[in-house]
Design a protein around this ligand. Structure first.
Ligand SMILES: Cc1cc2nc3c(=O)[nH]c(=O)nc-3n(C[C@H](O)[C@H](O)[C@H](O)COP(=O)(O)O)c2cc1C
Length: 365
């Protein structure tokens, strides 16, 4: 069996151990279909979709590929219950769900009973343990260098930590873009890699060209920083004037931006005041601060300015640090083929492993 056939390809039913992760307003039907047709496994970013849009996007994927695909969502979105029903209704094709702050054990049971694999993304060891306890089938480990909301532990440290702690297959994310990276992840013991930013920077990406140019122009990994200024949680973004303005604004200015965003988001999603209040108190109960909870609507509203409207100076640009290494927009098929070819070459050049890396030293009592 090829070393590129792993527990991930077996469980997800894809040809290559490469996952295209969900990215709000980026991972649409076209990107997911292109990934799945090229042998990878694509996740549709449903966390920012209305139920009608989700149904339409699923319809488009069903029409353009025969391969299985995944859906990403989170429990705080206004239509979470409908998204869950929709995924289960399409269980003949939806092979997995991904999520961050995810569903409870009962909902996870529902997915599993329907044959839908649960594949949360975690940014810390304790979250990986908790996710497995709740029933996760596969864990995606996202190191600090990854795009969007992210933790503080780099991939090279978090990946072995989680691999040593859980028994389910683990997928490595955060900073991957090449066959060398895939080979390295497999050498760590991962079952494959998951990439966000690399897929954002492809020919099939729906992101307007003016915004994509900012991703192509950034050359310094340090200028793709994690900041809490957007929604109170660390989120990695390319430095721009808008982000700096958000960061420099005092509490009052942040509150003003947050209230404006909340109002626009409510209008866009049709969320009732009651549901908004319920979401607010539920987030407070989960331990978020009041200001962080109020800022939650900033992310969707301000991200859309750049990623959908094509106005990179009026919004923020969520990105992994890996964007600083990328200077091309290949097609998804070219990208996946190149990664697989390079990984095969790297693996051929490596001598076969004779010792489990974690057993190099015995523990000192
Ligand atoms: C523009 C953008 C939007 C994202 N949106 C989501 C999202 O909606 N849901 C989610 O679970 N993760 C989201 N993420 C995180 C990615 O799914 C993925 O875990 C991360 O990009 C991996 O790191 P990489 O960019 O270094 O490959 C987003 C990332 C980016 C860059």
């Amino acid at each position: 069996m090829s070393r590129l056939q792993t527990a991930l390809t077996a469980q997800l039913g894809c040809r290559h151990p490469i996952v295209q992760t969900a990215m709000g307003w980026v991972a649409d039907a076209k990107l997911v279909s292109a990934t799945s047709n090229a042998g990878g496994f694509g996740f549709l970013a449903a966390a920012v979709m209305s139920t009608a849009t989700l149904e339409a996007e699923i319809g488009k994927i069903r029409a353009s590929t025969d391969t299985p695909f995944g859906v990403n969502f989170h429990m705080f979105q206004p239509n979470a219950a409908e998204v869950i029903d929709c995924v289960i209704a399409h269980r003949d094709r939806i092979r997995a769900v991904s999520y961050g702050r995810g569903p409870d054990a009962k909902t996870i049971r529902r997915f599993k009973d329907a044959g839908v694999l649960c594949m949360p993304t975690v940014g810390a060891l304790k979250h990986a343990r908790k996710a497995v306890e709740l029933g996760a089938d596969i864990i995606t480990v996202q190191g600090a260098e990854g795009g969007g909301h992210t933790g503080s532990v780099p991939t090279t440290l978090l990946l072995p930590q989680v691999l040593d702690a859980v028994k389910v297959p683990v997928v490595a994310a955060g900073g991957f873009h090449s066959g060398r990276g895939l080979a390295a992840a497999l050498a760590f013991g991962a079952a494959g890699i998951a990439m966000g930013t690399r897929f954002l920077m492809t020919a099939e990406s729906p992101v307007p060209r003016a915004t994509l140019q900012r991703y192509l122009d950034v050359k310094e990994p340090a200028s793709i920083r994690a900041s809490t200024a957007l929604d109170g949680l660390p989120q990695r973004m390319i430095d721009n004037a808008f982000l700096l303005k958000l960061e420099r604004g005092g509490l009052l200015s942040r509150l003003q931006v947050a209230l404006h965003s909340a109002w626009l988001w409510r209008r866009q999603t049709g969320m009732s005041i009651g549901h908004m209040a319920q979401t607010f108190f539920s987030a407070l109960r989960q331990g978020d601060s009041a200001i962080q909870t109020m800022m939650a609507a900033n992310a969707p509203v301000i991200i859309q300015r750049a990623m959908v409207d094509g106005l990179p100076d009026e919004g923020v640009l969520p990105s992994g640090q890996v964007a600083a290494l990328l200077d091309s927009l290949p097609s998804v098929a070219e990208l996946i083929a190149a990664i697989i070819a390079e990984a095969e070459m790297c693996l051929l050049q490596l001598p076969s492993m004779t010792i489990a890396p974690s057993k190099l030293f015995s523990k000192i009592a």
